[in-house]
Design a binder for this molecule. Sequence first.
Ligand code: PLP
Length: 400
Amino acid sequence: EIPLSPRVKRIKPSPSMVARMRAQELKAQGHDIIDLTVGEPDFDTPAHIQAAATAAMAAGETRYTPVNGTPRLRKAIAAKLARENGVTYGLDQITVGTGAKQVLFNALAATLGEGDEVIVPAPFWVSYPDMVLACDGTPVIVACGENSGFKLTAEALEQAITPKTRWLILNTPSNPTGAFYSATEMKALTDVLMRHPHVALMTDDIYEHIRFDGGEPVSPVAIEPRLAGRTLLVNGVSKTYAMTGFRIGYGAGPKPLIGAINVIQSQTTSGAASMSMAAAAAALEGDQSFVAEARTAYRARRDRAVELLNGIDGITCQTPDGAFYVYPSVAGLIGRKRADGRELKTDFDVALFFLEEAGVAVLDGAAYGLSPYLRLSIATSLSDIEEACTRLKRASQALN
Ligand code: PLP
């Protein structure tokens, strides 16, 4: 048997991917399952973006690419960041990776050593703590409860910072809660960071266009330009343009950091896929009407999901500002008993109960670092959301 590394033993597979596989397995066995674990848009990639990928291949763009991304794509990213986020980056301050996920990982791999701490507000996207662990760092999880809108406060940030802190990771709007930091809330956090020059900021803006209150995206560097030298802005095309399979994400930040990320990438995957980069450039440069259409659809689903969930005894659900998830509390179901007498002790038990008794696959809040909650994806049809909530209600009513 080949021994495994301490690195891989420290981490686990992404719980959302595991749950999704489990739901698909049950479906394949003939069970009627509504899968609300999915973290990707249910829309097709817009036709003009697909066409750009095909055209690129026909034009011979099928070879190795520059490690940091094609100049055309980096130009499109720089233009997007200036246009939408009010921040200016040169082409040598931008790197393209195989998804935002790779950019985040590369950045941690390029900067963390043993014992270095990374502040991760909870609930968090499941990959952050494991990425930190994989890169020999220590995740410092800061619980951000419902009463602060699931958001990190300036006081909590201040308390979490130690001399070993290297990064704060902020995801806004957030997966799983949809929480979005307003300009005022962001300023309160950047003010704290200004007092701690050894702490860098990683912002994951992947859901920036899936926002429901109409306001502009809020980039910390636009709010506090003095942080530009220690901020890595991470974004991608997966969620905004329904391009999850293209695997294109990007980072913008100070040149030395971007250079180090490029070194890691050059020794792992090399440059991202040529046709995907052409498609991503077309997405950023082209007609943006899909973005607004998708947002309108997500808003209708969010409103319906929140309404129906709040109509279930034992469940309460805040209205998320963005992203395509809802994160209801199931505190009122904990302690209740299934027909066979088994008690629902944790949100994992609740998620399993809903899978087995309601045929609805959801994720437990424990996977996201804050219990007792569930994460339900609304990146699925309105009729599926309605049917799922009807089933959850029926199943909950059968609890003792
Ligand atoms: N960041 C967050 C918060 C996410 O939820 C996801 C996908 O689930 C990603 C990053 C990964 O995005 P990409 O497809 O660009 O790797």
